[in-house]
Design a protein around this ligand. Structure first.
Ligand SMILES: NC(=O)c1ccno1
Length: 250
């Protein structure tokens, strides 16, 4: 997978050089390219923003630097072919970024992220590239950040860990909260490791029983308990019959 990120703060994307994403890049599983938008400006102040038409607070990111930069970024890929890119626009007014959407994005060969600053990017930029490729406007939560770069880090990590071979144990993400299948709409339950006792706190006995069926059921029940406590909205979304199905799958 190829990921391009266009930003006015390239240093914000340094975390993409470490841990899971950094290792995937080193192994060649991910080709991440970060581009400084200001390199596509032509004035001595490297201007990327201007006042909004219609008035109002703040500034809007200008079309020209974005257009010239995205044209260059896309020029070395095959638009519309097997390497067709998709634009990913982090914005509080986007569709919620979910595990399901992470799975969908992980199946694309090339993502181009356009994190905005200020009040956002002139809408004509998104409209222009929407004529050439899929555009995903995504929100990582109901809050406003100073810019989209933090959202790029979140989306990149959630997508990269789903790529084949990136997680050491492929089974790890099958039991994730929200993972399709048995865990869809369920939060992950508690996890434990050695020592068996710590400050008088013991491990739930069932986890030491070696009885896989009982352990699976206990984990499902704990996941349900946590979901009811922290995300009752997810429980409402789940057909009660599905819980029986989950029983069989776990
Ligand atoms: N909530 C978000 O995803 C976001 C992106 C940029 N600012 O906020």
């Amino acid at each position: 997978m190829r990921l391009d990120v266009v930003t006015i703060f390239p240093e914000y994307l340094e975390p993409l050089n470490v841990s899971l994403v950094g290792k995937a890049r080193a192994r060649g599983q991910l080709d991440v390219r970060v581009h400084d938008l200001r390199e596509w400006t032509h004035d001595r102040h490297n201007t990327v923003d201007d006042t909004p038409y219609g008035g109002g607070p703040g500034m809007v990111m200008k079309t020209e630097p974005w257009g010239e930069c995205l044209d260059d970024v896309l020029a070395d890929g095959y638009e519309g072919g097997a390497q067709a890119p998709a634009l990913v626009v982090p914005t509080p007014s986007g569709r919620p970024f979910t595990q399901e959407l992470a799975v969908e994005l992980s199946q694309r060969p090339w993502l181009v992220f356009t994190p905005a600053r200020y009040e956002g990017i002139d809408r004509r930029v998104i409209d222009e590239y929407a004529t050439r490729m899929p555009v995903y406007e995504v929100s990582i939560g109901d809050y406003v950040l100073a810019g989209g770069e933090a959202a790029v880090l979140v989306v990149t990590e959630a997508v990269a860990r789903l790529l084949p071979g990136v997680l050491g144990n492929a089974a790890s993400h099958q039991d994730d909260s929200f993972a399709p299948g048995a865990m869809a709409n369920l939060l992950e339950g508690p996890v434990y490791t050695k020592p068996p006792a710590w400050r008088g706190r013991e491990i739930p006995e069932v986890l030491l029983s070696g009885h896989h069926g009982k352990i699976a059921r206990w984990r499902r029940d704990e996941a349900l308990r946590r979901t009811v406590r922290n995300r009752p909205d997810l429980v409402e979304r789940t057909d009660p019959k599905a819980f029986d199905k989950k029983d069989r799958e776990m």
